[in-house]
Ligand binder design. Structure first.
Ligand code: FES
Length: 152
């Protein structure tokens, strides 16, 4: 049955009542109205659902919400600081790192982790790290340019 669960998301504590089988992705989208995180495949194959848990990127469709208990979850909604976009968001705008935009939140969350963890020092390395994030529009060169610019 459903049980109480407290989650920390984008610096805010949320009190939920959830069935234990609810994924973090569904908890975000359906119970917290955080719809910036997208559901593409729901099977760990597209990266549209990428969020950070304690700073590590994960596919939220493969993670149960209860597994994120006691951890800090960051979604695309938590990246900007007030009116100031995160540098990765700015870089995606500058380099046109999207067309339809559906994969963009996941791409950006992966890109942030890529740079932070030092996987963006070469094009090949960044491409490899970002390979779990699919873009059906094929905006890959622009996405790569954005990630590499932030890596500096
Ligand atoms: Fe999670 Fe596709 S929706 S990887």
């Amino acid at each position: 049955g459903a049980s109480p669960l407290q989650l920390s998301i984008n610096g805010q504590v949320k009190n939920l009542t959830l069935e234990p089988r609810v994924t973090l992705l569904d908890a975000l989208r359906e119970y917290m109205d955080l719809t910036g995180t997208k559901k593409g495949c729901d099977h760990g194959q597209c990266g549209a659902c990428t969020v950070h848990v304690d700073g590590q990127r994960i596919n939220s469709c493969l993670t149960l919400a209860v597994m994120a208990k006691g951890k800090e979850i960051t979604t695309i909604e938590g990246l900007a600081k007030g009116d100031a976009l995160h540098p990765m968001q700015e870089a995606f705008l500058k380099h046109d790192g999207f067309q339809c935009g559906y994969c963009t939140p996941g791409q950006i969350m992966s890109g942030v982790a890529c740079v932070k963890e030092g996987h963006a020092t070469t094009d090949d390395q960044a491409r490899e790290w970002m390979s779990g994030n699919l873009c059906r529009c094929g905006a890959y060169p622009n996405i790569l340019a954005a990630v590499r610019e932030v890596a500096g």
